[in-house]
Write a protein that binds this ligand. Structure first.
Ligand code: UDP
Ligand code: MG
Length: 197
């Protein structure tokens, strides 16, 4: 089994690379950002709670995303593995993910961290905002707040996974193909004992 956390700041390329990797390794791609946007589009209670939080670039409550992930794990009992994209975003979420995976007889094989400089991130997000229609991509101060929230609440996960011996740093600048290749090289080098469950 192979359970990967694809990690990095907003605009690092997680969603784009996740689509390639999920296909190449037959993993179920779970993007909490995509799930939340679907909840907003459907007008569900969760969507209504998440909408304003997301448009400000803040994080929805841990319990909300943990429940969404638990639901997906429940619905996919016998898959080869999961590719978590944009989750976990806080240390309590990472702890909850570890506990949930134990319950399903799984564990995180590796955390792949895409490293991209701040100016490049802002440029990519502004460019995406032109076509994505995402409220959180269209405004520079919201983008800067998302990067700030990332630095304060999400970046500490690097140490969390480093302490678990699962942190892998990958250069996230360059062509899409180059970055996919770097990720695959890294995944193919994960020791077998981290892929056993
Ligand atoms: N979000 C959140 N928790 C999550 C995923 C997303 O609070 O687990 C919110 C948060 O406001 C974030 C936005 O949804 O800024 C967009 O998330 P996504 O992962 O799609 O953005 P990315 O970081 O990939 O640009
Ligand atoms: Mg994304």
């Amino acid at each position: 089994m192979l359970n990967l956390v694809l990690f990095g700041p907003p605009g690092a390329g997680k969603g784009t690379q996740a689509a390639f990797l999920a296909k190449a390794y037959q993993l179920v791609h779970l993007s909490t950002g995509d799930i939340l946007r679907k909840e907003i589009a459907s007008g569900s209670a969760i969507g209504q709670m998440a909408k304003d939080i997301i448009s400000k670039g803040e994080l929805v409550p841990d319990s909300m995303v943990i429940n969404l992930i638990q639901d997906k794990l429940d619905k996919n009992p016998s898959v080869n593995g999961f590719l978590f994209d944009g989750f976990p975003r806080t240390v309590p979420q990472a702890e909850a993910l570890d506990n949930l995976l134990v319950h399903y007889g799984r564990n995180v094989s590796a955390m792949l961290s895409l490293e991209v400089g701040k100016e490049e991130l802002i440029a990519r997000l502004i460019k995406r905002g032109v076509t994505s229609g995402r409220s959180d991509d269209s405004n520079r101060s919201v983008i800067e707040n998302r990067i700030e929230v990332y630095n304060q609440k999400t970046a500490p996960l690097i140490n969390y996974y480093r302490n678990a011996g699962k942190y892998e740093s990958i250069n996230g600048e360059g062509s899409l193909e180059e970055i996919t290749k770097r990720l695959k090289t890294c995944i193919d080098q994960i020791p077998q004992n981290r892929k056993s469950r």
